[in-house]
Design a protein around this ligand. Structure first.
Ligand SMILES: Cc1cc2nc3c(=O)[nH]c(=O)nc-3n(C[C@H](O)[C@H](O)[C@H](O)COP(=O)(O)OP(=O)(O)OC[C@H]3O[C@@H](n4cnc5c(N)ncnc54)[C@H](O)[C@@H]3O)c2cc1C
Length: 507
């Protein structure tokens, strides 16, 4: 049996896992991070728009503070979150952003001089005396009272992940990539690490640890249409559930983002609407102000997604070979703004749809309907998993001692029924900081007291299971079954759900 011992085992090398690993590494605990892929390619790298923290630096964030951020988070969660956790989060986010600046994240900053911003689709002039040159800038995001989302152009997750991964190396965190945790080792309601499959050699390894933290991200790939990468299959939640001891929380709380591009499902960040982009229907009409007069396109994501689907159901969708959609128009922001602040979005539109989103030309189609050449076809798709491994506010499972969780994989219940844009990458680093401390404390205060005979039983169980799969002679194709399940999830368990539909899906 191949066994690797360490003090702290972190399953998942995205922002949450790496930040928590820094907390244990800092204390001199031997720490291993497992990842399916090289950690710098974790899904956190896909985050575009930004990270919420109430710095209150820019003209449009004047008066912002932790209380306002807390209130927005609670309201955005449809009053469903744990308010103690939301409070702790909002208080810590400004500290986290400054820590990241110290680790080298090149936050977009306020530059000297007069500039214009699009505020509620109106060009507004901001002068030199309104803002301080050099401070960390922020943009508007859905469901927030103030401009609070700090960003590095539209590649925020990428810059954060590189900085945090580099910092982890400084603290001697040992990264084992191309490894897949497939089961947790546990005995007497305590977790002792994981059984792991080496994705290069196929061999099984037992990683035995004093404490284990799962940070494997979300479960978006259970849906047919999602912005999530292929690694977001929710394996962390699955292996926790399979212990029969750890529990999951809020699994039905799934977020659908209003603006992934059709048909690929690649996200066009909320920053598009935050910076002033608008939604248009088949007639080129801006429909959101009719539904949401106050926040318009920047109502929270669940609201905008539902409004789009209702509008399409009312016959206002644009028909296409890939189904109906509506348009996202950012051409009104002007080419200079797009090329500076939304360059990833521009590239996605060009590469995947052959559209230049800065093109302002309006053409008339065969039915006499007007359409901007730069408008991007969008439709709500699965985006974020509010549910996950149920934990206390310390990040520890209330039922399986020694098991912790952080980031999108976890449910310490910060988001309730809906997460605000920009609150997720903020959560990953804040949870990494806070939960990381409790995790480190646990690992410092406990020993590994499981015997090798018990560990062997877990290895044998997984080995036998894999063997049994290989020996099966059934005629069904596993990928067809998986795709069929994704279809069912999309049809019956997506934005609108009914008792009848859910029963059909289960059947
Ligand atoms: C397109 C897109 C854009 C986004 N933009 C924003 C944004 O602008 N602002 C914002 O706040 N949020 C945004 N989000 C959400 C945010 O990016 C994620 O919620 C967050 O980054 C998740 O981080 P994480 O560390 O929890 O997990 P991830 O970054 O998903 O990392 C998961 C890690 O777990 C590993 N792993 C998974 N399963 C296993 C296993 N079985 N064994 C071993 N390792 C495993 C993976 O290899 C990976 O290292 C966006 C999401 C998407 C999809």
């Amino acid at each position: 049996m191949n066994v690797i011992y360490c003090d702290s085992l972190v399953i998942g090398g995205g922002l949450a896992g790496l930040r928590a690993a820094i907390a244990t590494g800092e204390k001199g605990l031997s720490t291993i991070v497992l990842s399916l892929i090289p950690v710098k390619r974790s899904h956190s790298a896909a985050a575009q728009g930004g990270m919420q923290a109430s710095l209150g630096n820019s003209k449009m964030s004047e008066g912002d503070n932790e209380d306002v951020h807390f209130a927005d988070t609670v309201k955005g969660s449809d009053w469903g979150c744990d308010q103690d956790v939301a409070r702790m989060f909002a208080q810590t986010a400004p500290k986290a952003i400054r820590e990241l600046a110290g680790w080298g994240v090149p936050w977009t900053r306020i530059t000297r001089g007069e500039r214009s911003a699009i505020i509620n689709a109106q060009k507004t002039t901001i002068t030199e005396k309104d803002e301080v040159h050099g401070l960390i800038h922020s943009r508007d995001f859905g469901g927030t009272k103030k401009w609070r989302t700090c960003y590095t152009a539209d590649a925020t997750g990428h810059t954060m992940l590189f900085a945090v991964a580099n910092e982890a190396l400084k603290h001697n965190v040992d990264i084992h990539d191309r490894k897949e945790a497939i089961a947790l080792i546990h005995a007497n309601n305590r977790c002792y690490g994981a059984i792991v499959r080496d994705l290069v050699t196929g061999e099984l390894i037992a990683y035995v640890s004093k404490g284990t933290l799962i940070a494997t991200g979300g479960y978006g790939r259970v849906y047919k249409h999602t912005t999530n990468a292929v690694v977001c299959e929710g394996i962390g939640a699955a292996i926790a559930l399979e212990t029969g001891v750890a529990q999951l929380g809020n699994m039905e709380a799934v977020q659908f983002h209003p603006t992934p591009i059709v048909p690929s499902g690649i996200l066009l960040t909320e920053g598009c609407r935050g910076d002033g982009g608008i939604l248009r229907d088949v007639d080129g009409y801006r429909f959101m102000p009719d539904y949401e007069p106050e926040k318009k396109e920047l109502a929270s994501r669940d609201v905008v997604s539902r409004r789009i689907m209702e509008h399409i159901r009312a016959g206002k969708g644009v028909k296409s070979p890939y189904g109906e959609h509506v348009w996202l128009d950012i051409s009104i922001l002007g080419r200079e703004h797009i090329e500076k602040n939304l360059r990833d979005v521009q590239e996605i539109c060009e590469i995947f749809n052959g559209i230049d989103p800065a093109d302002t030309e309006v053409i008339t189609d065969e039915q006499g309907r007007k359409r901007g050449k730069g408008w991007a076809p969008i439709l709500p798709m699965q985006h974020y998993s509010m549910g996950g491994i149920k934990t206390k506010a310390t990040g520890e499972s209330p039922t399986l001692a020694g098991l912790f969780s952080a980031g999108e994989a976890a449910c310490w219940d910060m988001h309730g029924f809906n997460r605000l844009g920009g609150n997720s990458v903020a959560e990953t680093v804040v949870a990494g900081m806070i939960v990381g401390e409790y995790f480190a404390e646990y690992c410092q205060g406990h020993d590994v007291d499981i015997n090798t005979h018990d560990i062997q039983k877990f290895v044998d169980k997984e080995q036998n299971y894999m063997k049994s799969l290989l020996e099966k002679e059934g005629k069904f194709n596993v990928f067809e079954i998986k795709n069929k399940m994704k279809d069912v999830m999309w049809e019956h368990c997506a934005i609108f759900r009914t008792g009848e539909g859910l029963a059909k899906a289960v059947k």
